[in-house]
Design a protein around this ligand. Sequence first.
Ligand SMILES: Cc1cc2nc3c(=O)[nH]c(=O)nc-3n(C[C@H](O)[C@H](O)[C@H](O)COP(=O)(O)OP(=O)(O)OC[C@H]3O[C@@H](n4cnc5c(N)ncnc54)[C@H](O)[C@@H]3O)c2cc1C
Length: 451
Amino acid sequence: MSSIVDVIARTAQSFTGQLLQPADAGYDDRRRVHNGLIDKRPAAIACCHNVADVVDAVQLARTLGLDVSVRGGGHNVAGRAAIDRGLMIDLSPMKGIYVDAHGRTARAQGGVLWKELNRATQLHGLATTGGVVGSTGIAGLTLGGGLGWLMPKYGLALDNLRSAEMVLADGTVARASADENPDLFWAIRGGGGNFGIAASLEYTLHPVGPMITGGVVVHPFSRAVDVLRFFRDTCASLPDETMLVAALQTAPDGARVAAVVGSHCGSLEAGEEAFRPLKAFGPPVMDALGPIPYATLNGMIDGAFPKGALNYWKAQFLTDLTDDAIRDIVAGFERCPSPMSAIILEHFHGAASRVPVTATACSMRVTGFNVVIASQWMSPSDTERGIAWARETFASLTPYLAATRYVNYLEDDAPDPAAVAYGSNLPRLREIKAKYDPANLFRQNVNILPK
Ligand SMILES: Cc1cc2nc3c(=O)[nH]c(=O)nc-3n(C[C@H](O)[C@H](O)[C@H](O)COP(=O)(O)OP(=O)(O)OC[C@H]3O[C@@H](n4cnc5c(N)ncnc54)[C@H](O)[C@@H]3O)c2cc1C
């Protein structure tokens, strides 16, 4: 039997990226993901430069019998891109982006981040639904769902996926699209990384901006209950161009605040009109909502989520944002131990919620509110408190929680994760998993057991 060193040396002869082992320079940097709480040590890291490298990495794992994790942007809070003792297949060097402005499509490699894709597509006044924090990876976000400012108008990120170049568990390369391997195409749109590695993803683009209307209005925390009620009532009748998110958070000056962040992707005149009531409510202590470049809006909160901060999140959809739920959400934030933490309410409506649950593997086709308890802190000495606050606050909201949970926000220790994340699509996903990954090589995810 060959040693790991021999097999890696053989693979390295053709591999164009880097194959890192624990003693190598750069290994420590590469094994780290966005969430500083994740501290896993792979046996090796395959930093891929192209699809052939990804194939080699899969073969390497199979030869050595190593478990595999796949890293796109490395943003998953549960740390699913990292692995102890296995092979981390790292796509982060894969940054190729090709925009077909005429055909309104873009193909991007699996290591691209949203700020990079937005930058390239916005050169042509085009965009697709993507994450609201620029450093999030396109691959993990899209394969699990992909919510962002454009979703009421254009659907989730995965609704805009036209095709993906997949490296499968047996090391073969396959295209997944409506015409080629349609079962695989159905499964990857919501089934996460369970079915293979997306070396590149092709998206439909839409005319967006470059200037749109968006930003934030901020109110004192003493008015949080009124702000959340106003937010709820406003969300009841939004046009598809508008998306709103509410957040209880701590301002840079240390004051707790209730904020509403909004985006309107239509004309600037329509945006001004749509946000008139939101800007009139209050008065706010800060109103930074108006014309803004689409790319800037998508980087606006990046600074609130620094790489390496320690994170523990819990999130679930609410049945309804009732007055009682609002009271308990505000009370939960009053107990918050860290100025970096927030309780966020994401509103879902429009195109993203009109797609039938069976059209893709994504079962998150609801209208309403997703509550995210984003607990974040810097010092390991605050870890116990940070995790306890998220768990206790989440538990206090139990009476208001619906069944649906967003797969990309699921914590590591979530009970019955596949059932809550995939819902009624789970049985079909298990059949397709048995076809494409019968030995469950790709299991560092919200795992779908092969049928
Ligand atoms: C600060 C912050 C903001 C966020 N904002 C949003 C948001 O606006 N909208 C939203 O929908 N979500 C958001 N998320 C959640 C986000 O969708 C997930 O964290 C997602 O997993 C990130 O994708 P990634 O490629 O960076 O993940 P990674 O951590 O690299 O991977 C996550 C999972 O996807 C798999 N995966 C990654 N790349 C590939 C690939 N190329 N092929 C196959 N499988 C792959 C991994 O194996 C792993 O299981 C946010 C998270 C954070 C921390």
